[in-house]
Write a protein that binds this ligand. Structure first.
Ligand SMILES: [Fe+2]
Ligand SMILES: [Fe+2]
Length: 242
């Protein structure tokens, strides 16, 4: 009954930020300081964090959108998928657009295409996962055949003289020669920023399409024993100490 109100016996619960989001930044490393605070009434947080909305016991994909993802990622992925839908694209492309930046929502930004593809791979057609993975590299390279140009935003984000690293160029060249190239290219074509859109999109409009293209596990994402269940659990409890 009181699980959400008083987890860990009502003790004070300390949160140590994840090193991957802290190292090299001005966020202080508080590990030693927090260890020193431990005592009978003070522990490291494990389980539900009252600062976050509680997740259902058997979470579905859209629960993560609504209850965990930041506003920009939420709006951005929905707007991208809506645009693909409005332009009559295949449902697989719509789903790839809907999921393409899922790693940015509540997980890891660096190499987000690869993390996101890995996260959803057990639940979608491999072409969808492939398109998500490769969009990361394709974003940096224009394709006149579909009217895709280098993003103006990237000039602002990274500076006008930014050059992608060699591994990204290699990934692009490999993807360019792959039979599924256009699936990933379409993800980049509809990859637009929420602040370029005015109308909010209701995630429920994708429920039927997801029913056909996302194998929602009965036990809930995070609890189905899939090779990526731990990634979903990490988004449910992102402030677990271990
Ligand atoms: Fe992306
Ligand atoms: Fe995107």
């Amino acid at each position: 009954m009181c699980e959400h109100e008083a987890p860990q016996g009502g003790r004070r619960r300390l949160i140590l930020s994840n090193p991957i989001g802290r190292i090299g930044t001005d966020i202080p490393d508080r590990e030693a300081e927090l260890f020193a605070q431990l005592g009978p009434d003070t522990v490291f947080m494990m389980g539900d964090n009252p600062a976050l909305p509680p997740m259902p016991a058997k979470p579905k994909l859209l629960d993560f959108f609504r209850l965990r993802f930041g506003a920009i990622s939420f709006g951005h992925m929905l707007a991208s998928a809506k645009r693909a839908l409005d332009e009559g694209q295949d449902e697989k492309i719509v789903v790839a657009c809907l999921l393409h930046d899922i790693s940015n929502g509540c997980f890891i930004r660096a190499d987000h295409g690869y993390w996101g593809a890995q996260m959803v791979r057990p639940y979608v057609d491999e072409e969808i996962a492939w398109a998500i993975e490769k969009h990361q590299a394709l974003r940096y390279f224009a394709d006149d055949s579909v009217g895709y140009v280098y993003p103006e935003n990237y000039r602002r984000f990274f500076g006008p003289d930014y050059e992608p690293p060699a591994y990204i160029r290699q990934e692009y060249e490999g993807a360019r020669a792959h039979p599924w190239y256009m699936s990933s290219r379409l993800v980049t074509l509809y990859d637009i920023y929420f602040f370029e859109q005015s109308n909010p999109v209701d995630p429920e409009i994708f429920t039927d399409i997801l029913g056909r293209h996302f194998r929602q596990p009965e036990e809930g994402l995070g609890f189905d024993g899939s090779p990526t269940a731990h990634m979903w659990r990490t988004m449910i409890w992102p402030t677990n100490f271990l």
